[in-house]
Ligand binder design. Structure first.
Ligand SMILES: *[C@@H]1O[C@H](CO)[C@@H](O)[C@H](O)[C@H]1NC(C)=O
Ligand SMILES: *[C@@H]1O[C@H](CO)[C@@H](O)[C@H](O)[C@H]1NC(C)=O
Ligand SMILES: *[C@@H]1O[C@H](CO)[C@@H](O)[C@H](O)[C@H]1NC(C)=O
Ligand SMILES: *[C@@H]1O[C@H](CO)[C@@H](O)[C@H](O)[C@H]1NC(C)=O
Ligand SMILES: *[C@@H]1O[C@H](CO)[C@@H](O)[C@H](O)[C@H]1NC(C)=O
Ligand SMILES: *[C@@H]1O[C@H](CO)[C@@H](O)[C@H](O)[C@H]1NC(C)=O
Ligand SMILES: *[C@@H]1O[C@H](CO)[C@@H](O)[C@H](O)[C@H]1NC(C)=O
Ligand SMILES: *[C@@H]1O[C@H](CO)[C@@H](O)[C@H](O)[C@H]1NC(C)=O
Ligand SMILES: *[C@@H]1O[C@H](CO)[C@@H](O)[C@H](O)[C@H]1NC(C)=O
Ligand SMILES: *[C@@H]1O[C@H](CO)[C@@H](O)[C@H](O)[C@H]1NC(C)=O
Ligand SMILES: *[C@@H]1O[C@H](CO)[C@@H](O)[C@H](O)[C@H]1NC(C)=O
Length: 631
């Protein structure tokens, strides 16, 4: 069933691809370079880390937090390169104050004729936004609306829906080999102002006019992006703290005092979120009523069935319509259970049925399910789960809302063999073989690769750990518990979630949410699989701390250290130490302190499959080890 669906999807994308290519053949490339700055995909210096020069402006962009949100970086990631004292990261900025914002610059093929370098920034469209206004406003002419249109071929510039995600290509360049050899480390993106001249820019950045002309040519127009070659980031001069001369208008409708600006914003945000949450829930309830009646009218079974849902009228009120669309999607896909059925199936949530915490085992119509009982905060998990569908992710079957008890239940497929945590660290008499462990690692990696690469917007699980990895009857792994997962553009969080021993250091320090925090946690799971030890030991020492030391030094010493460190139960079976060492190497790479040096899930899947010494088989589903296909 699933395979058939996948094939259909392939055909569909092939179809789209053909249409797309055919369409393109009719158009010749004769357009000005407002689309962006060309690059060559075989230039080895891409991608690179670089900076844009950003000018804060009133009213909404006079604090580091909102600029950070715009560029998906943390406040500290802006304050450090911008030479802003850490004690004033929360202080309001002044208009036109100089800032350096870090970006990741890459060379991207937009279509057959256009290859441009930019840093892709996700931005959720809000009411009244246009590509043009965002480009010349928030993004300070660091991109053009023509480029935004080219990079988002599926969005129609004149008809943007509120809530859709658009990629804004921030113009940037990486220095080529020649420039690098001449000591250029960055090409800083700077928007040329009408009052500027090149010599002023050169002195501002400690570069030379000649060097700037060499890179940009000498036909620089107002509001063009100029790439300033520098060997090191110049020290920006910042206004003295306390010298807050122009009182910037606070954002939003309410007035707040200068000092409390940030606090006010946070409170405002929480209130806003609370209201949004409430709205969403009211909508869910209302929809449920409508849906149930609709189901009854169609004379469907007791769960309401999976009938097509009514189309909601579009274009009335942006925000609201979008929420409706979100939730109605959920309803379309899931069964809606009745509270009574769940109570009956679990003997009124009796302790005997507890699997773990607030998760219960239930038998409904002779099928086993796992029911998670939650206090009204399921909407995020529902929204994430409706987007994902993969064999290595625990499947949501349906849900139920109990209005009287203010409780929400999520009904999942039942995964027979419990958590990996209990297999590794519990009292299981049977131990996992190396082959089992490797297969589990590859399963989890596949599941993570799916949520990282194939969902839009990207989903970050945020709580990968052995107790959130479940094993089915064939000891195949599934990732569970998307309760903390996050999708979309909001890359910085103020409160840290996750589990001690699995949390990536940069997330703890800066609150930066990226797929790399899942990679880190996956590295810890690999260590658990190899060593059979817990992520945090009884003294509170984290497992990953000394992991990299094991692989230091000469080959024979290394092997001995790996052997000493690994789970003693594995020594009883004959296994290839190369395989163990190579998984260990993957784990150490995942645990790199610098998130940008951690491998991507694609690389990890590839390397893990290689360390599995099984034969490979190219089936039409792609490259997969043969033993994995036989389920
Ligand atoms: C922009 O276009 C002009 C002429 O159309 C061309 O000479 C120039 O090299 C282009 N610049 C870049 C960076 O592609
Ligand atoms: C890129 O590679 C192709 C073929 O490998 C070569 O023809 C072309 O000149 C290269 N471009 C640059 C800018 O090096
Ligand atoms: C940051 O500001 C604090 C208080 O204003 C001051 O004591 C400290 O020396 C400053 N640090 C730097 C690096 O300027
Ligand atoms: C900011 O800079 C721009 C261009 O340099 C200028 O037009 C504008 O008046 C400045 N705004 C403030 C508040 O200094
Ligand atoms: C961007 O450029 C336009 C003209 O193309 C100009 O009107 C606008 O003020 C510029 N925006 C900023 C932030 O400099
Ligand atoms: C590529 O994209 C640009 C910008 O949207 C467009 O002008 C051009 O016609 C496209 N070229 C082809 C071959 O599709
Ligand atoms: C560039 O601007 C600076 C001040 O902004 C001025 O002193 C200098 O004379 C200008 N240079 C040229 C060549 O216009
Ligand atoms: C400016 O750059 C030169 C080398 O390009 C360097 O020696 C000098 O220290 C720099 N000055 C400042 C103030 O950064
Ligand atoms: C590297 O970039 C500089 C400045 O853009 C250019 O003059 C030079 O030709 C480039 N070198 C190579 C090998 O492409
Ligand atoms: C908000 O500020 C405006 C002008 O800055 C002022 O007229 C108004 O009275 C203030 N409102 C409150 C509630 O402080
Ligand atoms: C923006 O969204 C795309 C697709 O969802 C994703 O691949 C990309 O990583 C996101 N970028 C950031 C900075 O979050």
């Amino acid at each position: 069933m699933q395979i058939k669906k996948m094939k259909m999807e392939y055909f569909y994308s092939l179809f789209l691809f053909i249409i797309f290519t055919c369409n393109n053949l009719h158009i010749t490339n004769s357009q000005p370079n407002t689309t962006g700055y060309t690059c060559s995909t075989n230039q080895t210096t891409y991608p690179c880390q670089t900076y844009v020069y950003y000018r804060p402006f009133s009213p909404n962009y006079l604090n580091l937090a909102s600029i950070g949100d715009l560029f998906s970086v943390s406040r500290l990631m802006i304050s450090r390169p911008s030479n802003i004292n850490i004690s004033s990261v929360d202080a309001p900025l002044q208009p036109n104050q100089s800032l350096f914002v870090p970006i990741q610059c890459s060379c991207n093929r937009v279509n057959t004729s256009v290859v441009i370098s930019y840093a892709p920034l996700n931005h959720t469209i809000q009411g009244g936004d246009t590509f043009y206004q965002l480009s010349i406003g928030q993004f300070g002419n660091l991109t053009t609306f023509q480029s935004v249109e080219a990079v988002n071929p599926t969005l129609i510039a004149t008809d943007l829906d509120v809530g859709v995600n658009a990629v804004f290509p921030i113009f940037c360049k990486c220095p080529n080999e020649t420039l690098r050899q001449n000591g250029v480390s960055f090409l800083i993106s700077y928007v040329f102002q009408p009052s500027d001249n090149i010599s002023r820019i050169a002195s501002l950045f400690n570069s030379t006019t000649q060097a700037i002309f060499d890179v940009n040519g000498n036909n620089i127009q107002d509001f063009d992006t100029v790439f300033v070659p520098v060997s090191q980031l110049p020290l920006l001069s910042q206004p003295a703290p306390g010298a807050t001369s122009p009182p910037p208008a606070p954002s939003g409708s309410g007035n707040s005092t200068q000092g409390d600006d940030r606090k006010g914003a946070v409170i405002g945000l929480s209130v806003g979120l609370a209201i949004c949450g409430l709205l969403l829930l009211i909508l869910i309830i209302w929809l449920l009523c409508v849906y149930k009646q609709y189901g009854k009218r169609k004379g469907e079974g007791k769960y309401g069935g999976e009938g097509k849902h009514q189309k909601f009228e579009k274009g009335k009120k942006g925000e609201e319509v979008n929420l409706l669309a979100d939730v109605s999607d959920c309803l379309d896909k899931y069964k809606v259970y009745r509270v009574d059925d769940l109570i009956e199936a679990t003997d009124d949530f009796d302790e005997r049925y507890v699997i773990e915490g607030s998760v219960y085992r239930a038998s409904i119509d002779d099928e086993l399910y796992a029911i998670k009982k939650m206090n009204w905060n399921a909407s995020e998990e529902l929204k994430i789960l409706q987007k994902v569908n993969h064999g290595n992710l625990v499947k949501l079957d349906g849900f139920c809302i109990d209005h009287e008890e203010a409780t929400c239940y999520l009904v999942y497929e039942y995964v027979e063999n419990g958590s990996l945590h209990s297999w590794l660290h519990g009292n299981q008499r049977e131990k996992l073989s190396w082959k089992n462990r490797l297969t589990i690692a590859i399963d989890v990696a596949n599941g993570l690769q799916y949520i990282h690469e194939h969902t839009r917007p990207k989903v970050v699980h945020k709580d990968i750990k052995s107790s959130n990895i479940l094993l089915d009857s064939n000891m195949r792994a599934k990732i569970a518990n998307f309760g903390l997962a996050k999708s979309g553009c909001n890359a910085i969080t103020m409160h840290i979630v996750g589990t001690q021993g699995y949390i990536a250091p940069e997330y703890l320090a800066d609150g930066v949410v990226s797929t790399k925090i899942d990679i880190f946690a996956f590295g810890v799971v690999l260590l658990e699989l190899i060593s059979g030890r817990e992520a945090v030991d009884k003294e509170g020492k984290v497992l990953w701390e000394d992991a990299d030391k094991i692989l230091e030094g000469k080959e024979d010493k290394k092997m001995k250290r790996v052997k000493d460190w690994m789970d003693s139960s594995l020594l009883r079976e004959s296994l290839s130490m190369e395989s163990v060492a190579s998984v260990m190497a993957v784990a150490v790479a995942c645990l790199h302190r610098d998130p940008s040096r951690r491998p991507s899930m694609v690389d990890i899947v590839y390397t893990l499959c290689k360390s599995d010494d099984f034969s490979f088989d190219v089936s039409d589903e792609g490259l997969s080890p043969r033993h994995l296909v036989a389920r």
